[in-house]
Structure formats: structure tokens, C-alpha cells
Write a protein that binds this ligand. Structure first.
Ligand code: GLP
Length: 263
């Protein structure tokens, strides 16, 4: 895992957008996995800006979102479909035919999940998956206890997740209790993974998934099993890491590291 600690949210957003842009420039038909939440909003703004000012071309990119609330139609203002449209898709030149976000109002979530997996496979698999992290250590909506072999499916949401995400809804009772989410197994098959996190409220969980044991109780810790993960944090989210000095040395000596380990 490469850990890049940045001073603040703005720089975290810029750094993560640069990483995504670099991959798109290298491979125009990149298969890009995307996340929702407050964390990636700044990253998506930066990507939209890079598209507008530098012509970053999304026309051949295929996008797959991680998850969606069960029961919410794509036009519902709290749906992740709506979120993606508002925060990214409307500002870039991605082809709507190449955009996939799980369908929350499907009649048959199980069948839908299998179809979603098939679509990812047909696209050639995820090249780069962008992730945030939930307060209970989840990636996507893979709540504690999720199998590391899990595929896209319906998950029941943890109490803490419902509380955390209630800020987007009028009242807590409005937060759906279930979501369709890519599985940990689906995420781990991405060729590269980029996780971003900011704020003090993510500090404990970041220390746990980066430096703690691999455990399905903190599902982000499954990323320790992946060979190409980049984590971009702000200072606050990194504040409980024990090996900060080491990560910063690697970051600041990138030229030496690239020469030796080719990354
Ligand atoms: C939700 C999403 C996750 C996201 C998490 C954190 O639960 N399913 O993909 O990472 O929220 O959200 P935020 O970035 O708002 O803290």
C-alpha cells in the first residue's frame, strides 16, 4: 500500500484527481470504478476542471459505481445515481451508455447483481477502483462481517452507517436499510485501487485498516491483500497512523522509490 498524506481536503482532492487523470491519459478506455459520499466530491470537481481546462477525455471511459440504496429510484435526490449525475457525470463528456450505477428500484436485486457482475466482466474488469471509507471501516456498503470473497449483492446496513448517512436525509427513518453493493471480491479484482479519506472522524478507522490486522470486521483491511493500492489522506485522517514518518519519506523520495520498485 502506498500512503500519501496531504495537508488538507483540497490537496487530497487534487492529488487523487491527478492519479485518476493519469490513468485515463494512459488508457483512454479505462474501466473506472467510482464511489459516492462527501469525500470524493472535491476529487470529482477537480476531474471536471481538468476536463474543462485541459481536455481530459472521458468519451471512451466506462464507469461502474460501487453501490446504491435499495428502493431509491435513479431520480430520487438521495440516490447515488442522482449524486453521480450532479457531482460528476453532468460536467464531463462520459458517454451515458458507458455509465453503470446499481439500480436501487430493481424488482429483482439478486438478478440485477448478477447482471452487474457480468457487465463488469464484459467490460474487461475494473482498471481503477476509487473508494471512500465508512465510519465502521466499510468500502462500498460492505459492512463488518462481509466475506472477502463476496460479489455484488444486497447488504443490510449497520446502525452506525444509517446514523452517519442520515445527514443526507430529512430524518433518520428515511435512510434505506439495505443497499446493493459490489462485493469485497469484486473490488479486490480491480487492477488498481485508490482509497481517499479526510477528517478526524476517519482517523481511527484509517489506522485500523492500514496498520491493523486483516479482518472482516474492518472490511477496508482486505485492501492489504491487494498488490496495487494507493491511499490518499489529509493530515486529520492520517493523525493516528504510527508509521507516518516512513510514508512521508517514501512520498518525498518518489524519484528514488520509482527507480528501485518501479511504481
Ligand atoms: C457510504 C458509501 C461509501 C462511502 C461512505 C463514506 O456509506 N457507501 O462508499 O465511502 O459512505 O462517506 P463519506 O465520504 O461521506 O464519509
Amino acid at each position: 500500500m502506498e500512503i500519501i498524506i496531504t495537508p488538507d481536503y483540497e490537496q487530497m482532492s487534487k492529488t487523487s484527481a491527478q492519479i485518476i487523470a493519469r490513468e485515463i491519459r494512459k488508457q483512454h478506455d479505462l474501466v473506472l470504478g467510482l464511489a459516492t459520499g462527501d469525500t470524493p466530491v472535491g476529487t470529482y470537481k477537480e476531474l471536471a476542471k481538468t476536463h474543462k481546462e485541459e481536455g481530459l477525455d472521458f468519451s471512451k471511459v466506462t464507469a461502474f459505481n460501487l453501490d446504491e440504496y435499495v428502493g431509491l429510484a435513479p431520480l430520487h435526490e438521495n440516490s447515488y445515481n442522482f449524486f453521480m449525475e450532479e457531482n460528476l457525470f453532468k460536467d464531463i463528456n462520459v458517454n451515458p451508455e458507458n455509465v453503470y450505477v446499481p439500480q436501487g428500484n430493481t424488482n429483482d436485486p439478486e438478478e440485477f447483481s448478477q447482471w452487474y457482475e457480468k457487465k463488469i466482466k464484459e467490460a474487461g474488469g475494473l482498471d481503477l477502483q476509487v473508494l471512500g471509507i465508512g465510519g465502521d471501516g466499510h468500502i462500498g456498503f460492505n459492512e463488518p462481517g462481509s466475506s472477502f470473497a463476496s460479489r455484488t449483492r444486497v447488504k443490510a446496513l449497520e446502525k452506525q452507517t444509517i446514523e452517519d448517512n442520515s445527514r443526507f436525509f430529512e430524518k433518520e427513518e428515511d435512510v434505506p436499510r439495505f443497499a446493493i453493493t459490489m462485493g469485497i471480491g469484486t473490488i479486490l479484482e480491480a487492477k488498481k485501487i485508490l482509497l481517499i479519506a479526510n477528517g478526524e472522524n476517519k482517523a481511527n478507522v484509517c489506522a485500523q485498516f492500514i496498520e491493523g490486522p486483516v479482518s472482516s470486521q474492518i472490511t477496508a483491511s482486505a485492501l492489504q491483500l491487494h498488490s496495487y493500492v494507493t491511499v490518499v489522506l489529509d493530515e486529520a485522517a492520517a493523525s493516528k497512523l504510527k508509521r507516518k514518518d516512513y510514508y512521508n519519506w517514501v512520498r518525498d523520495n518518489k524519484h528514488l522509490v520509482q527507480k528501485k520498485v518501479g511504481r
